[in-house]
Design a protein around this ligand. Structure first.
Ligand SMILES: [Zn+2]
Length: 325
């Protein structure tokens, strides 16, 4: 993780990509931001103040980095077979003494938990396995969280008070990166930008991230950015000096159902190949190879569908979400 200490006081902010190593958009976003701040040639952990070309841009402390470098090298969700990094911030597990046999994802959680615990804001950039509208996850969705997400293009905020994500990993409490920041008094956000094999999505993600870092987290000075990416011949121009556009309203949903796969072969109904599609109670969502059907147990949004080539028996196939009352 790189660290830029600003020349003026301000918040402590962490921006991560690659917490899941196969989610290419967040990895590309961190690479682009590192180039933009001229830190991509520096070793991780380097703190630059007086000589740093971006020093006057930063208020407070900006940490920027790859969540799980070992998983990125493997190009897989996790760096081990156990719970992945975004399920490794379980307080009872982290409180145990570190051991040689700890899985790589848990070791990584131990390395970065200190930085996350002192963060005022975390933006952990994720993506999902099937096409989906962008959305934002947090274990807490209070006023500070709702204000912080106003400039991220997304209609949905997702929370999980009933621990569906945790229970799918046989855990009894929240263990995501955002939950760790939220437990320590910060604003922890996981930003799900779309499908995980679309790094070109950074052309819309980077402007949203820069606007959020400037006008919401207030860790960047307003500036005219010209950002080079390998996805467009012209640089992306982001001018954050002007008054930010008004916040985009979000709808607040919570997970209400986890459907566990019972076979590997599954075909979604055409209207449910994308995330955030409304279903009525009993509506057909898809059919297993054997002919067994999956129907919506109640009215709600069908989200987080596992793409057909990645379905694993006993793992989640899809989730449903309902509005928070
Ligand atoms: Zn992820």
């Amino acid at each position: 993780m790189w660290h830029i200490q600003g020349t003026r006081p301000g918040p402590t902010v962490v921006v991560l990509g690659g917490t899941h190593g196969n989610e290419l958009t967040g990895i590309a976003a961190v690479q682009i931001l590192a180039e933009m701040f001229s830190i991509n040639q520096l070793p991780f952990g380097e703190v630059r103040t007086a000589r740093h070309p971006s020093k006057n841009l930063v208020f407070g402390e900006l940490y920027l980095g790859f969540g799980n470098p070992e998983a990125i090298l493997r190009c897989s969700r996790s760096a081990s077979d156990g719970p992945d990094l975004n399920r490794s911030f379980l307080p009872t597990e982290l409180a145990q003494k570190a051991h040689r046999s700890d899985r790589a994802d848990l070791r990584r959680a131990r390395e970065i938990r200190g930085v996350l615990a002192k963060a005022d804001f975390l933006l952990d950039i994720h993506s999902v396995s099937s096409d989906s509208a962008p959305f934002i996850c947090s274990t807490v969705i209070g006023p500070a969280h709702q204000d912080a997400v106003g400039l991220l293009p997304s209609d949905w905020l997702l929370t999980d008070p009933d621990l569906f994500l945790a229970r799918d990993e046989k855990r009894d409490d929240h263990s995501t990166t955002d939950s760790w920041v939220n437990r320590h008094g910060g604003v922890g956000l996981c930003y799900e930008t779309g499908r995980d094999d679309r790094p070109s999505d950074v052309t819309r993600v980077i402007p949203a991230v820069l606007l959020t870092l400037t006008h919401k987290f207030k860790v960047l000075a307003p500036n005219a950015f010209s950002v080079r990416t390998r996805f467009s011949s012209d640089p992306i121009v982001v001018d954050t000096r002007n008054e930010a556009a008004p916040d985009e309203p979000k709808q607040w949903f919570k997970l209400s159902h986890s459907e566990i796969a019972i076979e590997r072969e599954f075909t979604y109904e055409p209207e449910f190949t994308h995330g955030w599609k409304p279903a009525t109670a009993g509506q057909l969502i898809g059919t297993y190879g054997s002919g067994v059907t999956v129907r919506a147990p109640h009215a709600g949004m069908v989200i987080l569908q596992r793409s057909p080539e990645r379905i694993e028996v006993t793992k989640s196939l899809l989730y449903m979400a309902v509005p928070v009352a």
